[in-house]
Design a binder for this molecule. Structure first.
Ligand code: MG
Length: 358
């Protein structure tokens, strides 16, 4: 039985190597929080708060998460004996929503638990692969020549799949330009909820470019319009913002709103929920793949462990540290080798924090 004795929250700011523009807006630096938990034996575990500093992707922000952690979640864990990280979810059952706050705590507990029992997260969750195929997510870049140049660079680095952020007025043209320059590239588009039902005829034109999928064109709760699109489009529709729980995946399946699910540990309230979603997707032939949150090396380590499971065949948004950051917060940064990244083998998350950052 383990017991949490102490918790600390550290703010981290990571400047981005280049601004990242989506249909929500543009960010120049990644602000996040790190949660540090200590158990009764003195082991330390880390969890990453993936919320952004503005409530556009989901309603949570680093400000709300910090409050919820301090006021509600951490007091529920302190001095309580529990046997396994999965039990964290049960402790938090009385609290609605706040999935990213819950996920950060659970991640720190998984890290702590792995260190206590001397096993990597990848082993604990039944991951089988030692390396995983990865892709890259590209922000909106108005100048199409620069865009194609950027992609050329990532492709030469070995990224196996490119995801382009799109929005109304920036969709068919950049996709056509990329497809023209890279006829065989595994390419997809992510709209971050920027379209409406009246845009269905326009979105259907994307079928001509053989995209691997189109991600979340409509609102975060709009399973119905996604279903209308999927029924009329050859291209696979993928849901991101819509998926906050296993129940949402069941809704998507029942309505045929999507054939692919982008799973993010933080958005679904933690790894335990993510694993249930993966099982459901495998059982019901939905393609499941691992999304990204511009995570630091802490969140990225968890994403790599998840991606090491057999179910993950489609390259995730789990890029190398230098895709986003000049310097990551972990000692040994994640690098890309022949289009793959290595899953950490050390105990827990398997990464060591570089202390100069906190
Ligand atoms: Mg997305």
């Amino acid at each position: 039985m383990m017991m949490i004795k102490r918790a600390a929250i550290y703010p981290v700011t990571l400047p981005l190597v280049r601004p990242f523009q989506t249909s929500y807006g543009c960010i120049n630096q990644r602000e996040l929080l790190l949660l540090e938990l200590k158990d009764e034996l003195g082991n330390v575990g880390y969890g990453e708060v993936s919320a952004f500093d503005y409530p556009d992707y989901t309603e949570e922000t680093i400000v709300t998460v910090e409050q919820v952690l301090i006021k509600y979640l951490l007091p529920l864990l302190k001095d309580v004996a529990f046997s396994h990280p999965e039990k964290v979810r049960d402790r938090f059952r009385s609290i609605q929503g706040n999935d990213m706050a819950k996920a950060a705590v659970e991640m720190a507990v998984w890290d702590l638990y792995g260190k206590r029992v001397g096993q990597s997260l990848h082993t604990l969750i039944g991951g089988t692969k030692e390396t995983v195929n990865v892709g890259v997510s590209i922000g909106i870049e108005q100048d199409l020549e620069t865009l194609v140049q950027q992609i050329k660079e990532y492709v030469s680095q070995g990224y196996q799949r490119v995801k382009l952020k799109i929005r109304p007025g920036y969709d068919l043209e950049p996709i056509r330009a990329i497809r023209h320059a890279f006829p065989a590239l595994q390419l997809m588009a992510d709209a971050n909820s920027a379209y409406r039902a009246s845009d269905i005829p326009l979105l259907k034109k994307l079928d001509a470019y053989h995209l691997a999928m189109i991600e979340q064109p409509f609102g975060a709760r709009d399973f119905v319009t996604h279903s209308l699109l999927q029924k009329q489009m050859m291209t696979t529709v993928c849901l991101d913002e819509a998926i906050r729980s296993l129940d949402d995946v069941k809704t998507a399946r029942a309505l045929d709103s999507a054939r692919a699910i982008n799973v993010k540990i933080s958005r679904v309230g933690g790894l335990t929920n993510a694993l249930e979603i993966v099982d459901f997707c495998v059982e019901h032939q939905l393609l499941v793949w691992c999304g990204g949150m511009l995570s630091s090396g802490i969140g990225r380590a968890a994403d790599l462990a998840l991606s090491s499971m057999d179910a993950f065949t489609f390259p995730g948004d789990v890029s190398a540290s230098n895709r986003y950051f000049l310097k990551d917060i972990i000692v040994t940064e994640f690098v890309l080798e022949q289009g793959q990244m290595t899953v950490p083998k050390g105990n827990g998350l398997g990464v060591t924090l570089s202390l100069i950052h906190i």
